[in-house]
Write a protein that binds this ligand. Sequence first.
Ligand code: 6LW
Length: 488
Amino acid sequence: MIYKNPVIRGFYPDPSVCEANGRFYLVTSSFQYFPGVPLFESTDLVNWKQIGHVLTRRSQLPLKGALSSAGIFAPTIRYNDGTFYMVTTNTTTGRNFYVTTNDISGSWSDPIEVEQDGIDPSLYFEDGKAYFMSNGSDDFGDYGITQCMIDIKTGRKLTKSRTIWHGSGGRYLESPHLYKIGDWYLLTAAEGGTEYGHMITCARSKSLWEGFEGCPQNPILTNRDLGGFQIQGVGHGDLVRKPQTGEWFFLHLGFRQIDQWLPFHHLGRETFLTPVSFEEDWPVCGDGTCHEQYEIQGEFSQQEQKVFTLKDRERWIYLREPELSRYELWGGTLRLTGCEETLDGKGSPTFTGIRQTDFCGELKCRISAENGEAGVTVYMDEDHRYDLALVNENGQTRAQLRLVIGDARYVRDSVPLSGNSAEISIKMNNFVYDFSVKEGDETYSFGFAHTRYVSTEVACGFTGAIFGLYAQAEGAKGEFSEFSVTYE
Ligand code: 6LW
């Protein structure tokens, strides 16, 4: 059957995958958003359903003061002896930690910290022993992929941290994952930075601690030399074998430019699936690049979710440490209560959002506002966003479009509305968002704003566009109903 990439669309970067009881589980990074670490399930590696998040409690996820694109970085998920492990870094506290569960649909433990620095931690289990690796400096000051043995119950280090590989020479050596395949320990990693030079490299050894030799074909996967090609930045991945067919794959990140020739991406880094074969015991990804579609074994059909609503609860996220009493969902209506924090800040404004997962489509929502502002924001970060809102002040309501692009701000108001409720629409394609507000038979068209100015190339960082519903100003009330995002 043929499948299309990406297999998980929208801002779901740094995928890691494990297999347990005939199913696959996948996690991705979540940065300043709460809950943290989206969790997906699949039976065929192509169709992924989000079943929740791993970090769902404040005790697991301190995000106070987390800057945009800080917080939770790349996680790794592993299954060993009946237990799931998810290990990651909270870059805001600077701690590496893991959480565990025996029930993938239940809650996860409180964090167990490991005293090793660096990012992108990973675990490897063998003969009742647990090995912890990350990038960073080891206990001898040597920088690279660094490993120690730990007591998996407590996280305590049982050995010194020791660098086992220095990479193939690319900048930002990260994303280590260790596997035993045949007689070899295979170590995969990412290099080149998570932009256009990104790549997957690997090394192998017969020993866990030394002698790792780089693959002569490194990088084994990269699109850095493909000009005029929409899929870029492929790298940071995790290997998995499909037991049903014996096929191997990388689940890895990549991004889609808004156009083959336009180097901007606003949907964030997404999750791609690339088939892997083994030649002379080295992993080989076809011609070494990631393509838009592949033909693989098995009978399945790829289902893409085209409509998202408030009912897709597992998809909705908040900023940092939300005060959940400000959010009430009744039937199809979400009621938000504003607070003093605004979208301009780095706190927890009243905001709940869902990722933009594709280029073309339309967002619709009925909004009413009281005592302040209630709207929808196309949110990349506090300094790169487009807000379409109803603003209710002194008993009068207007529709307003606010564009925030770094230091440049543009605000446009409609004439006063006759009531305090209206339908908003954001039509989108690869290049622009087109904003309008309708009250009764009257439509106010605000014109369009370019996707490129909320792209990663402009905003920087590691996240992607989120459609956020928000209420702003102390005591402001926003009511949102008939919310949908429909992709073509
Ligand atoms: C992540 C690192 C990376 O920790 O970007 O693409 C960082 N790779 O491995 C943030 O996602």
